[in-house]
Design a protein around this ligand. Structure first.
Ligand SMILES: C[S@@+](CC[C@H](N)C(=O)[O-])C[C@H]1O[C@@H](n2cnc3c(N)ncnc32)[C@H](O)[C@@H]1O
Length: 218
């Protein structure tokens, strides 16, 4: 259950910057569990420490489930653009990561910067509000997140159910063109990378978890 403190912190950031925050409330535990489950399910049995990247953790509902599902010696690197949320995240989840012996780093930078580090991840999880963004930025974000993945490893992200279809129906001109282009990008990437989806109804609003694999493992 999300605490009132977490909801309030998130809402404050939404009111300050709705474009980057993209939602009025953090993800439900059902959505967060499913995102973490997708990562766990794709884990191979080679016994090596697992390295996961999270883009746009916000107040950390998915981060928490990831930490809970990772093993001692694994690593979670979270890129959060918003400085207040990045600080909140380290403060609230740093102790849990320490307790579970998961190496946890919060980077207060755009996730695209991850490419400068030249590290390969075993899984990438994204909570970025791509439906808000310009098509060129959506492509740039997908490229960066996919490039940093090892071959055949998963990129898991969520979007709100029916939201692009709804926006296409109620907007005109440039706004409609933008959301239609974002829709095409998501569909194309999902097709190219053998994407699969899972609906999560218990979330505000209901969400769709998308999982695609670098180089097209189904
Ligand atoms: C919809 S919120 C998701 C919060 C959280 N993942 C959840 O499920 O509740 C999106 C978050 O992405 C962050 N963000 C937006 N663009 C980003 C970028 N390029 N790199 C890193 N974080 C970004 C925002 O600051 C915000 O905290």
């Amino acid at each position: 259950m999300l605490s009132l403190k977490e909801r309030t912190a998130f809402l404050k950031e939404m009111l300050r910057d709705s474009y980057h925050t993209g939602s009025v409330t953090p993800s439900s535990r059902f959505l967060a569990n499913e995102m973490a489950r997708q990562v766990k399910q794709a884990r191979n049995g080679n016994g090596q420490p697992y390295r996961v990247l999270e883009a746009g953790p916000g107040t950390g509902p998915i981060t928490k489930q990831l930490i809970m599902s990772l093993r001692a010696g694994d690593e979670l690197v979270a890129y959060e653009l918003n400085q207040r949320l990045a600080e909140h995240l380290m403060k609230s989840l740093g102790p849990l990561a320490e307790e579970r012996q998961v190496r946890f780093e919060v980077v207060n930078e755009p996730v695209q910067n991850v490419l400068q580090r030249n590290i390969a991840f075993d899984a990438v999880v994204s909570g970025l509000p791509i439906n808000n963004f310009a098509p060129a930025l959506v492509d740039e974000l997908f490229d960066a997140m996919l490039q940093t993945l090892k071959p055949d490893c998963p990129l898991c992200f969520y979007t709100y159910m029916g939201m692009r279809k709804f926006k296409k129906g109620v907007t005109f001109g440039e706004k409609r063109n933008r959301i239609a282009a974002v829709d095409r990008i998501v569909k194309q990437r999902m097709r190219d990378l053998n994407g699969r989806t899972k609906n999560i109804f218990v979330n505000m609003p209901p969400a769709v978890v998308h999982t695609m694999f670098r180089n097209g493992k189904s």
